[in-house]
Design a binder for this molecule. Structure first.
Ligand SMILES: Cc1cc2nc3c(=O)[nH]c(=O)nc-3n(C[C@H](O)[C@H](O)[C@H](O)COP(=O)(O)OP(=O)(O)OC[C@H]3O[C@@H](n4cnc5c(N)ncnc54)[C@H](O)[C@@H]3O)c2cc1C
Ligand code: FES
Length: 508
């Protein structure tokens, strides 16, 4: 079975390991093929299965083994791109629809938990948004006004957050937020889909989609699924070469979980307005804090980031020893809202869900609701807001910034390698090495053997970088990631890093 997307294990993976499923072993004909079994794919499959269409889900690892297993699972409509910014980019009506869609997603998760009797620690609670020490409260004032204009009439300014261990100062209280155990939730939905006739296959890597119609989804093992509709819920699309990838950027974010003495921290969601921001919640007596993001493949200092996160959290909450540390990837859209709907350039029967930002739990649920409506031919009020083909002059600055950043990554072709010689690569580590005009991604295993691959990302040719925390090769351009054996772990690439020989044939 394909492994998860890195060496670290989240709290969720340790307490409800992702469920492994058998691979696709025959050709199938279905109404809807869903690629990817994270929260977006599984929710879409579940909501479709409730209404009758035949659904087949293809997943190349285990259910929830992607970013859904690496989340911190705040269920929130306090959008991290901020309502006063969304209002500027999408207008007052757009901000209102965004708020309503995330609130509806939390409601939908709550009603699903009740209807299916899912034991996933779903809990409603308050969320607090506060500024870093010494910073102006102006951002909170602007956000308060914009949130209320967006229809969140019960948001209010309070003197401090509920945690007695630190004084947050004046902050915004967002009521009726929620949290849950993400893998317990998606794991239970698998059973609910199967009970309604849906079929879910694991360890099945999709290598391509012929649009048709009908569309034909090909898998690495050779079996195909023919479908009237295809939903690409692979976190970042594996079916689009450039259009969507130029409108979003991959970021790596970090999380820790540490025990707190019982009843010392009130159950709530806590967020600051730093950039990147910190996010905190409880799970039993474990306090989970996240943040310290960087652009994927552009830094390799995870241990420093965990240390900053630990110090930031310890200053505010009575945490003991850190028991879990992990990282994961989020896709940041240039205009603050995800892309859910018809894939640009296709005939309307190939659909995508991506650009989840830090709200992938609700975003993936919005995807389930919206894509089900599109497939069943029903109108949906959020269709235009999340349309993957949308363009906006107002987001041109964000678009330019991310694409200039991508263009700069191609200078890696002329820069030296990360090390001068493979002798400098320690056991269990990797580095990019120059070999003549090309660059190699070289991994040395624990036994000392070297594993050279091409360092050129098969998506659009950027040079991958070593991620020493997760033991992966990460592409700094659009977030493709690869294992030490070169196989692809995250799109948009669908193929792995090519095998290469080291000059002189040295394997040690
Ligand atoms: C540390 C961290 C904290 C976060 N905190 C929050 C939070 O508090 N609240 C929140 O709402 N969001 C949060 N997020 C974001 C959220 O976790 C993600 O946005 C969400 O899980 C994405 O779900 P998904 O279904 O789109 O993708 P995934 O869960 O990644 O699912 C995509 C699936 O597609 C599969 N796949 C990919 N390529 C192929 C292929 N070629 N063939 C077959 N299968 C394929 C993958 O194996 C994967 O299982 C956080 C993320 C991280 C990393
Ligand atoms: S992910 Fe686009 S070039 Fe690597």
């Amino acid at each position: 079975m394909r492994s998860d997307t890195g060496r670290t294990d989240s709290l969720w993976m340790a307490t409800a390991p992702p469920r492994a499923l058998p691979p696709l072993a025959e050709d199938l004909r279905t109404d809807v093929a869903v690629i990817g079994a994270g929260i977006a794919g599984i929710t879409t499959a579940y909501l479709l299965a409730l209404e009758g269409p035949r659904v087949v889900v293809l997943e190349d690892g285990a259910v929830g083994g992607g970013e859904t297993g690496r989340t911190t699972a705040h269920l929130s409509n306090a959008l991290d791109d901020r309502y006063h910014v969304l209002e500027r980019l999408h207008g007052e009506e757009g901000a209102r629809l965004a708020a309503a869609s995330h609130a509806a997603a939390i409601d939908r998760i709550e009603s699903t938990v009740a209807a299916e009797g899912i034991a996933c620690d779903f809990q409603r609670l308050d969320g607090y948004l506060f500024v870093p020490p010494g910073e102006s409260l102006e951002i909170l004032d602007a956000e308060f006004e914009a949130a209320r204009r967006a229809g969140l009439r019960d948001v209010r300014m309070v003197p401090r957050a509920s945690a007695p261990s630190f004084n947050s100062g004046p902050c915004l209280l967002f009521p009726r937020q929620a949290q849950f155990h993400p893998l317990a939730y998606v794991g239970a939905l698998v059973g609910a889909i199967e009970r309604r006739g849906g079929r879910i296959f694991g360890a099945t890597h999709v290598t391509g989609v012929e649009a048709g119609p009908p569309a034909v989804v090909s898998s690495e093992g050779g079996c195909k699924v023919t479908a009237d509709f295809v939903v690409c819920a692979t976190n970042t699309p594996i079916i689009d070469w450039l259009v969507i990838h130029s409108k979003q950027a991959p970021y790596r974010t970090f999380a820790i979980a540490a025990r707190v003495p019982p009843d010392t921290v009130p159950a709530a969601l806590y967020w600051d307005t730093a950039d990147p921001y910190h996010y905190v919640r409880l799970h039993g007596d474990l306090l989970i804090a996240g943040g310290e993001d960087h652009k994927t493949g552009q830094e390799d200092d995870a241990y420093d980031r965990f240390a900053y996160l630990d110090a930031w959290t310890r200053e505010r909450f009575p945490i003991g020893e850190v028991e879990y540390t992990w990282s994961g990837q989020v896709m940041e859209p240039v205009d603050g809202l995800g892309y859910i709907g018809r894939n640009p350039g296709d005939k309307g029967h190939i659909l995508v869900a991506t650009g989840d930002s830090g709200h992938g739990m609700t975003h993936g649920t919005i995807a389930g609701i919206l894509l089900t409506d599109l497939i069943l031919g029903r109108p949906n009020p959020w269709e235009r807001l999340y349309d993957p083909s949308r363009k906006s002059l107002k987001s041109a600055a964000g678009y330019l910034k991310e694409n200039v950043n991508v263009a700069k990554q191609y200078f890696d072709y002329v820069s030296p390698g990360e090390v001068g010689s493979v002798d400098e690569i320690g056991p269990g580590q990797g580095a990019v090495v120059r070999q003549g005009l090309t660059k190699l991604a070289v991994y040395r295993d624990e036994q000392g053997a070297l594993h050279p691959r091409s360092a050129v990302c098969p998506h659009l040719g950027c040079i991958v970088h070593w991620n020493s925390l997760e033991g992966t090769w990460d592409c700094p351009c659009h977030g493709s990631r690869f294992g030490t054996d070169g196989r692809v772990l995250n799109g948009p690439a669908v193929a792995g890093l090519e095998s290469r020989d080291l000059e002189g044939g040295s394997a040690r």
